[in-house]
Design a protein around this ligand. Structure first.
Ligand code: CU
Length: 125
């Protein structure tokens, strides 16, 4: 690419940026809130709630919770239930989590088909 061509591209990109709204056109889903919340100490619960900034693709979304025992993670089976808008979901567990430290890992795909993921921990007292 020649210098002049590069400069033209740079100018075009600058114009495009100036015209864009503050919010990116293809924002990626972010975890907005969770219950129990990240780093919280909660009472025993059999349900984890996660809310995202955008709709997720349910078929390509997974949420796993694992009981951390020392360095070993014991995954706990659960069922994912999406809200109609696909922005909130619940991981429903067979029984309330006993006291301990839990690690949650979520993976999904947003409307632009890009992969997104995250993890957090919480404690049950
Ligand atoms: Cu993307």
């Amino acid at each position: 690419m020649t210098a002049s061509l590069f400069r033209r591209h740079a100018v075009t990109a600058g114009l495009a940026l100036a015209l864009l709204p503050a919010r990116p056109a293809l924002a990626h889903p972010k975890l907005v809130s969770a219950t129990p919340a990240a780093d919280a100490t909660a009472s025993p619960t059999a349900k984890l709630d996660l809310s995202f900034s955008e709709a997720m693709v349910p078929a390509m979304t997974s949420v796993t919770v694992a009981h951390m025992m020392g360095k070993t993670a014991h995954p706990i089976a659960g069922t994912l239930r999406f809200a109609p808008d696909n922005r909130s979901l619940a991981l429903v567990l067979a029984r309330p989590l006993p006291a301990g430290i839990y690690s949650v890992e979520w993976k999904s795909v947003g409307a632009d088909t890009h992969k997104v993921s995250g993890k957090y921990q919480f404690s049950i007292r």
